[in-house]
Design a protein around this ligand. Structure first.
Ligand code: NDP
Length: 268
């Protein structure tokens, strides 16, 4: 089998935030399969070890590799993406232990479905921190190094709710809409340093986050009916789009959001 060289990302190092499960884990798997060295992130070190084992086990660190030790190309870095000092320390540790980050995927996120009138101040701050501030903190820290090196790819995991909203999910949509504009802003600021920043916007994808919706027969049927593809998305559906945005094939693509939603954002 031959792969066009424009899609070759073998040997690059990628950090995927929120990759202990769900979409992040599937994207990490795709990057490993494409030949990348991948760093998994989340807050729970034990969940990360388990997730790494599923991808072939944790690799040898830089010193071990220099000494000739072989190992899988999967690493773990447990830190909270909403905590500025933890992010700074986490990124420094990854670069020290694994090597320069070529590809950053800002995927960590949460959902909180509640009517806006009942949404508390704390809940608002938590969803803003988790879905938006995290991308600023991790993106800034990674980009400080990428700008110095003159290249880098950043992919922010947006949502179809970066474009449209339904009752009961306004705060989530607000964070994802803002993440789309942060993507464009990062593109504007960092393009001159050889960094491309894009968004990937999943539609309704079956994961732990959406389990209550999948299990709600009425809602689940609504998703299938509203989606031109006629089904829920699977985490694997997102891998091809990520590999494209992370590859040299997308070197002149920046500030865009690529929606992978079975067509849902295009229909009324
Ligand atoms: P999951 O809840 O299944 O996974 C979320 C991941 O993020 C976990 O690995 C979790 O690990 C990690 N995480 C959460 N908070 C933090 C934090 N503060 N610091 C570090 N890691 C954190 O969600 P999905 O896989 O479904 O969603 C992933 C992304 O995709 C999110 O940004 C979501 O908004 C987006 N998305 C999802 C859609 C869907 O239909 N599923 C649709 C559109 C967008 P831990 O809890 O151990 O820290």
């Amino acid at each position: 089998m031959t792969t066009h060289p424009l899609f070759d990302i073998a040997g690059r190092t990628a950090l995927v935030t929120g990759s202990s499960r769900g979409i992040g884990h599937a994207l990490a798997r795709g990057l490993v399969e494409a030949g990348c060295t991948v760093v998994l992130n989340g807050r729970d070190p034990r969940a990360l070890e388990k997730a790494a084992a599923e991808l072939g086990g944790v690799g040898a660190d830089r010193a071990d590799r220099a000494a000739g030790a072989a190992g899988a190309r999967v690493y773990t870095a447990a830190f909270d993406v909403t905590d500025g000092p933890a992010v700074a320390a986490g990124i420094a540790d990854v670069e020290e232990r694994v090597g320069p980050i070529d590809i950053l995927v800002n995927n960590a996120g949460m959902q909180n479905r509640a009517p806006l009138l009942e949404f508390t101040d704390d809940a608002w701050r938590q969803i803003l921190d988790t879905n938006l501030t995290s991308a600023f903190l991790v993106g800034r820290e990674a980009a400080r190094r990428m700008t110095a090196r003159g290249h880098g790819k950043i992919v922010n995991i947006c949502s179809l709710q970066s474009e449209v909203v339904r009752p009961g999910i306004a705060p989530y949509a607000a964070t994802k809409g803002a993440l789309k504009m942060l993507t464009k802003g990062m593109c504007a600021d960092w393009g001159r340093y050889g960094i491309q920043v894009n968004g990937l916007g999943p539609g309704y994808i079956e994961t732990e986050l959406t389990r209550p919706l999948v299990e709600d027969a009425e809602f689940s049927a609504w998703v299938r009916g509203r989606t031109p593809a006629g089904r829920w998305g699977r985490t694997e559906d997102l891998i091809g789009a990520l590999l494209y945005l992370a590859s040299p094939a997308a070197d002149f693509v920046s500030g865009q959001v690529l929606y992978v939603d079975g067509g849902m954002t295009s229909v009324l």
